[in-house]
Each structure stands twice: as structure tokens, then as C-alpha cells.
Write a protein that binds this ligand. Sequence first.
Ligand SMILES: [Zn+2]
Length: 263
Amino acid sequence: MTDETAQQHTWRPRRFMVIVGHPDDADFGPAGSAAAWIDAGSEGWLVCCTSGEAGGEDPNLDPTELAKAREAEQRRAAEIVGYAGVSFMHQPDGGLANDMPLRELLVREIRTFKPDAVFCGDPEVVVHAGGGINHTDHRAAALAAIDAVYPAARNPMAFPWLARGGLAAHRVRRLYLMWGNQSDTWIDVTATADRKIEALRCHASQLHDPEAVFERVRGRLAEGGKRIGTAAAEGYRLVVLDQDPEEAGEAEVPAGNRPKGRG
Ligand SMILES: [Zn+2]
């Protein structure tokens, strides 16, 4: 390890949620971290905003059939990662909007599962640092997840019929933003990298040259691993909304992400 090597991230939630745009995003995204946390005793839940019915090259393909196939692929992959369950929000693939109906759906999911931490995309990325456009649904899902976490899920007066109906306000304490251009937090996935690849393998409808895809993914994991001196790691921009009392002053929380005011 060199002086430039970042610290390995050791914080772990009791419960966490992954909120993404498409089936397969969670497996290209935080699957290795999710599997590592689940192995260590955390419970995870996956939320897909769309069912990926536009994820093909053939205009004659039946989008309803493709959606069904992709939901089945994602459920198989989720079993490999070890999630307690998967929810599909059935929003339009390619037309996902961070609107109030989606926010209410996500607040329902958050208040039902009560995650301590949420993985989602980094909505500030329009163009990835290495080139390539961050898909419109990825940006919309990321914004929707963040806006559902804060302030809506923790505010009993947001969608007040939810709290009146028994879904009490819930405070998510941390956001882990994936696919960002400014990752500051690295989770060791050496022990779960193979499971991430097996989860990716489930998305057969999306893989035209699976081995080439897996090689690229493994390359990125290895690059991440170099940051913390392990064989493989996934990187995030960490946003701490509420610090745990016992970890106040902990060095691993980047200073810029310390909560500045009251929720
Ligand atoms: Zn996607």
C-alpha cells in the first residue's frame, strides 16, 4: 500500500436498498458490495424503476415479453447476490421521469423496507469521465432515489396519506452514489467479484459477447482494488445524511460529506 492508497470502507448497514433504472444496472453497479454486505449479515432489497422493455435492437420485439424476460433475469441475479427481494416500479424504459408518482412509489419502498443506506446512481454525471453518455433513465433513477430519500421518506408531511396509512417516516442515513466521476469510497469485493459476474451472466438478453463484458467489469474492479490495496473494489461517492452516534469523528467519512445541518 502506498501513501495514496485510500482506506478500505468498513461501515456496514443492517439494511440497505439498491434503487436503479433497469434490470442489470444493479449487477453492473453495486452487486459485489451488496453481496459482501449480505454475507456479513446485512439485508438488502433491490428496486428497479423500469423493467427494461426497450433494451433490444429489434423494433419487432414484443416489449411486454422482453420486460417479462428481463424481470426473470433480474430475479435470478438477485438470488445469486442474496437480496431479500426485488420490486419493479414498471415505469417506461427510456422515458423514466423523476416525477411525483415515481417519488411516491420509492418512498413507499423505502418506508416499507427501512434501509439504513441506499445505493443509487450519481445524477450529476451526464458524460462519464472515460467517455460515454450516462443513460437518461440512469440519471432520472438517481435523482428520483435521492429525492425520495431526502426529504420525502423522512418527512411525515410528504405524501401524508402514507404515514396516515401506517408507513411512518423513515430516515435513510447514507447514500452510496455509483458510476460517478468522483468516487471517494471503495468497498472491497475480492470475495464476491465472482458472484457479481455470475449475477451479470443472468442477463442473457443483454449480453451479446458475455466474456468481453465480464473482462471489462473485472478490469474495472481491479482498478478499484488498486485504490485500497485489494484485488477488487467498487467505488462510490458517499453522502452521509445522519452520522451514527458511535462513529462521530470517524476518519473514513470524507469531510465534504459530513452533515452540515439538521435533517
Ligand atoms: Zn441501465
